[in-house]
Design a protein around this ligand. Structure first.
Ligand SMILES: Nc1nc2c(ncn2[C@@H]2O[C@H](COP(=O)(O)OP(=O)(O)OP(=O)(O)O)[C@@H](O)[C@H]2O)c(=O)[nH]1
Ligand SMILES: [Mg+2]
Length: 230
């Protein structure tokens, strides 16, 4: 198997929909999911590269593994549930510290999932937010996390990483709202992340020192003199 060129990690609390987002993207469906144990990855060829997308477990008992999964990550997708404010709060309190092991120029993307459950989605049927494929209607709930809250978190992350807002991608390109159930914005999310990661990786590869062998000091091995047999 070819070694992945870069790593993208899905991080966030239990049940926010990390596995469902990845399965929606890779399998084009919304199957019943079971809570993830440890982590799993999916290999995605994209442009000239191979990217690994890591789905991690959000449950507290697997918390210790998070920083291992983030090691060397080119992008981290911090996922919350738009119907649970606590899931956004947790991103800062519990998950951000785990990303210290990521690449120094790691990209941070913030994703609010389950928009299909919100009252806003009712008006959004015409925009693809509503129930897809004849799925049963669910009672709508108020949206607990606004996009502005996610943007504020993104800016906090930049400060935590000591990055200047001017040098980092703009918050409006890094905060998404999705529904793994209807597929709303799911392709857009993953493909926007891949398209940001690819040029970074290509640049890193171009800057890597080329391995050369110095032949100037190389002397051919002395030829052993044939022994006189007399
Ligand atoms: N309505 C709705 N339900 C969703 C959506 N995404 C996930 N779910 C449901 O939320 C529950 C948890 O989804 P998972 O994808 O397993 O969540 P997870 O973040 O991977 O959870 P852990 O593996 O425990 O960290 C499941 O019952 C999903 O069917 C969504 O976009 N809309
Ligand atoms: Mg999962």
């Amino acid at each position: 198997m070819r070694r992945p060129d870069a790593k993208v990690v899905l991080l966030g609390g239990a049940s926010v929909g990390k596995t469902s987002l990845l399965r929606r993207y890779t399998e084009r469906r919304f199957p019943d999911s079971v809570s993830t144990v440890g982590g799993a990855f999916y290999l995605k060829p994209w442009r000239a590269l191979h990217l690994s997308i890591w789905d991690t477990a959000g449950r507290e008992q697997f918390h210790g593994l998070g920083s291992m999964y983030c090691r060397g990550a080119a992008a981290v997708i911090l996922t919350y549930d738009v119907t649970h404010l606590q899931s956004l709060v947790e991103l800062e309190d519990r998950f951000l510290g785990l990303t210290d092991s990521a690449n120094k120029d790691c990209l941070f993307v913030i994703v609010g999932n389950k928009v299909d459950l919100t009252e806003e989605a009712g008006e959004g049927d015409a925009h693809g937010l509503g129930q897809a494929g004849g799925a049963r209607a669910c009672p709508r709930v108020p949206k607990q996390v606004l996009r502005e809250d996610a943007v504020a978190l993104y800016k906090k992350i930049l400060r935590y990483k000591m990055l200047d807002e001017k040098d980092a991608p703009a918050a409006e390109h890094m905060c998404f709202e999705t529904s793994a159930k209807t597929g709303h914005n799911v392709d857009l999310l993953f493909e926007a992340v891949f398209d940001m990661v690819v040029p970074m990786v290509l640049q890193q590869k171009a800057e890597e020192p080329v391995e050369t062998v110095d032949l100037t000091g190389h002397k051919p091995p002395k030829q052993a003199r044939p022994r006189c047999c007399s």
